[in-house]
Design a protein around this ligand. Sequence first.
Ligand code: SAH
Ligand code: SF4
Length: 348
Amino acid sequence: MDLPELEALLGPAEPKFRARQIYDALYRQRVSDLLQVTNLPKPLRTRLSEEASVGLPSIERHYDSTDGTRRYLFRLADGKTVETVWMPEEARSTVCISTQVGCPVNCGFCLTALLGLERNLTAGEIAGQVLRVAIDRGLEANIDRLNIVMMGQGEPMLNLADVLKATRLLTDPKGMAISPRRITVSTSGIIPKITELGQAEVRPKLAISLNASTQEQREQIMPITRKYKLNDLLDACRAYPLRPWEKLTCEYVLLKGFNDTDADARRVTKLLANLNAKVNLIALNPGPGIPYETPAPERVASFQNIVQRSLPCFVRKPRGLDVYAACGQLSNNQAQDATGAAGLLPLR
Ligand code: SAH
Ligand code: SF4
């Protein structure tokens, strides 16, 4: 809930500052129980805890990787499960959050696709993943070293209203106070929603999952390309109102022998000409049922070298591969032991 919703919950009989107290307790102090909002009068606290609850996801299990990454399997109020990934680094840390339970988009290289779509997450469930991780990891109130990526389960542009509301909750200086510069949303390319995102006053940075160098190639791995054509997607990116400090991120999953040749790299460079973009290469993270292989590091380096001549180009380091926490691996897998034995286990 945002402030007006909390005011409505309290009703006209309560002074408005009560809603602000609850807002502060939820989003700044991160209470997980309304009875802990001790600056409210006792009767109000009791009434509230009978009528409402702090809808934070609960930690069903967590899986720790040898590289420090922690994958959370969260249980939601209706019993469904969804995943969030915590990636600590020296100077900053990143939380990867989900926007839907499963995903309807059906990309051929992604394990989340195998779940199909179960439902959208609410704004509270999206922002709540960050709060729950912050509580679990004991993050300080001022979490300005935290980056948020909306790159977990789901296609954020198919749940845009709640993604935007969650962004407002995450960025509110009176609440979680995370800068919009530290939040990135990634999309498979739902063109009308990208345009809509560009009109939002408070919005995360935009990343596009490019993943192919031609229309035909992209159709093969991302069937959504039949509906939203590659050229139209790039037009929408060129028309997108980047803020002065913002660059468009283009993600590119490298699939061995499919989209990873030097010719692909040259075509990608051409596609992105006239765009204020940077490229993040992701060598495929494998998984059972995924009919592609990971290219050799030399192939990845050669691809990067070519793109780098024209645009900034980085190789994304896989995090949490051993516990199914890396990009494209989120599939509510419970087979991996929390002790993080090395090597991939079969699904479930
Ligand atoms: N649905 C959104 C955000 C989640 S996926 C999207 O597709 O953009 C986040 C990133 O992981 C995307 O760029 C996607 O292309 C990439 N990805 C998916 N499966 C992958 C895999 N098996 N290995 C590496 N990256 C993968
Ligand atoms: Fe969905 Fe993104 Fe996976 Fe495609 S890559 S299936 S859009 S989560």
